[in-house]
Each structure stands twice: as structure tokens, then as C-alpha cells.
Design a binder for this molecule. Sequence first.
Ligand code: KE4
Length: 431
Amino acid sequence: MKIAPISEELFQRAQHSIPGGVNSPVRAFRAVGGNPRFMVSAKGAYMFDEDGNRYIELINSWGPMILGHAADIVQEAVQKAIPDSLSFGAPTRKEIEIAELIVDLVPSIEKVRMVNSGTEATMSAIRVARGYTGRNKMIKFEGCYHGHGDSFLIAAGSGAITLGVPDSPGVTQGVAADTLTAPFNDLEAVKTLVEANKNQIAAIILEPVAGNMGLVLPAPGFLQGLRDLCTKEGIVLIFDEVMTGFRLAPGGAQQLYGVTPDMTTLGKIIGGGMPVGAYGGKKEIMDFVAPAGPVYQAGTLSGNPIAMSAGMAMLQYLQSHREVYTNLEQTTSSMVTGMRENMQQLGLNYTINHVGSMFSIFFTEQPVTDFESAKTSDTAQFGRYFNSMLQRGIYLAPSQYESLFVSTAITDDLVQEYLQANREALEEAAR
Ligand code: KE4
């Protein structure tokens, strides 16, 4: 049994000076019970907590560590950049180089602005879409999470679900009135909203593959249907690829599914673990962004040289090692096959959704295609499963409503170790 007395002591102490003891709600284990582990280091597939416990981990800092933790190429790039100071607040060559690389890797992006988080990226993208169209409303999808910007905390996914208050206090009625929501994968519901709000909708924003209600894939025709609708109605189609960008393919979900948005938001992998977000899209839209255009957006540390060095090293590696994606797909598929075999032997029939190097087990026997079906999951059983896996040294996302991420550091041996723990934990949780 893995115990963590030092983490427990630190968690008690943390709550005196940090709200809930964490700097992001989902880390507090509220959805699964127990106390969070305080980590001290990570390398490759492993993380190590204050009590010396080692975990095979499948969160990868919620996506960025696609090459495993402390990837040498990223560490070296950061160590090389540090002596030249950590920040200038002035333009640098590195910002041009990473912008050109993103433009090269994601054809729908003609111009891109770097920011410091996914939240900043989506907040900014919506503001630009509103400035560009002169319209106020936006459509998002139930269960999708686009960061904690006011406009998005309506029927939000990720940590907002686990708090049981998807609509956060502090979001004004005025803001909420401009955010319309539809069920994910329900194109007819979107069409109805568009008809009822003719010429008032600036943007439709979605995770093209939803990772924040657990992993939910786009139904055939859904993405293209949105594309066609937005083209017809003059609505800006925004793919929030903060999670899927450079994760599902070099060009993200839009490459995988062959649907081109007008704008894209990015984060996580593009920082290589450093705080980086970005938003980009068509030149005619992005030229509305100050100082080129009238829509204001700024950031003291945007394009920070250390963060750009980390992100550049990560993206250059992924650009020149495309085999990463087929290898990750193979590893993930072997994990999914093994989990399904485990469930069959145990007489269980839970739903697993997966694509590329992302997957989720839903503790429900229903297909999971949207937020409502995701919520048929037995979250108490998920909590038991999570803690059983934690005790066996497997670190999962502490919520049913999150996706898991496989890194290139997950070897065949680690797949077998994971599957052994999965079988035992499924059996234990089912009791
Ligand atoms: P950040 O502000 O957390 O960098 O990005 C917000 C965001 C935007 N869009 C998508 C699709 C995202 O998944 C996220 C953030 N993802 C969550 C994980 N579900 C971050 C984990 C956390 O909140 O601690």
C-alpha cells in the first residue's frame, strides 16, 4: 500500500495559504477522495512524490509532456537560454521562429499571437472574433472546457464539473446571456440556435475532440457540418486545440479530421511544460489584433524567451519525428485492447473512448458521445478505481471527466505493468 504522510502534512499546511491547497482545482482530488500527492520530480514516464513513491503517470502535466517528463531536448534548450536573462519585454528572434513553425505545421493558421495560457488564448480568440464580426454572441458545447474566462464558465467541463457548479458564481448575467450552449455532436441544436440568433453569433468554439468531459470524439459529419454552417452564416469557427494541438497529429485534430477552422487556440505542448498559449488563424481576422488592428490584447511575459526556447525545441522535435504519432497510436491501442480484455475477463463492460494518444474509461455501459451520456458514469466507482490505481503506482487524472495522455516514455513493459494494475483495480472497484 502506498502511503503518503508527507503529502498529507503538506496538503494540510497548503490550505492555510492557498485556496483549497492547490493552484488549480482539479489537483485537489475533490472528485475522487483522498489527499493529493505533492510531487518533487519527474523523468520520462515517472513522477516521484514527497514520500518517495514512484508513479507511472498518464496525465503528463495535462498534456504538455508528450515526450515524457524532463525530455532532454527541452531541458537542454531551457538551460541554454537561461544565462541570457529570463525576460526582456521586447521582441526577439525566437518569437518569429516559433510563429513561423506553428504557421508551417498548422496550415489554417496564417498569423499567430503568443500568450501565457490556454485561457488567455481562448479569451483572446473570442474577443477577436467579436471585434471582427461586430457580433456579440458565441456558441459553446456542454462539457467542453476552454479555460476559466467568464464567457466559457457556462456548462463548462473539466474541473468545473467536479465542483458540481458548472456555472461559476462571479460570472454576470450579462456575460452569460452572450454564451449559448448546445450538446456536443448535436448539429441540429446548433442550427436551431443560429436561426434563433440570426446575424448575432460571432463564433462557435469547440474542442474538435473533447477531452474535458472525459474523451468524446466528434460524430461523423459533425465538424464538417459546423464548418459549412459557419461559412454560410459568417460565423468564426474556432477549434480549441489547447489539448489536441500537436497531440493528435502535427497539425492537430483539424489535420486528423480534415476540417479547417477560421481560428485555432493552442497551449500545453507548444510550451513544452512552460506557461505558453497561442491563438491564430486567417490573416484577415488576426490583423484585427492590436497593434495591427483595433482589438486589444497584451501580456507582459507573452513570447517569453525561456518559454519560446522550450516550445521551439518541442515543436521542432515533433516536426522532424513524425513517427511519434504512429508509435503513440500503437501504444495507446495496445493499452485499450488490454483494458477491454481485462473487462471481458471480469464480466465488465465499461465504455472506453480513445483517439491517438488520448483515452478515457467511463464507468458506464452506455456509449459516451456528449456531456449527458458522460454523466451516466458512476463517479463513485471511478473514485475507487482511481485510488486503487494510485495505490498500485499508477497516476491517473483525478476525475472521471478528464482524458488521459500517453507519452513516448510509455514502453511495452510499462503497458503490461499498467494493464496488471488496471485489472486488479477494476476488480477492486467493482466490488
Ligand atoms: P489553461 O488556462 O489551463 O492553460 O488552458 C485552459 C484550457 C483551454 N482549452 C482546453 C481544451 C483545455 O483542456 C484547457 C485546460 N485543460 C485542463 C485539463 N482538463 C487543465 C487542467 C487544470 O485546469 O488544472
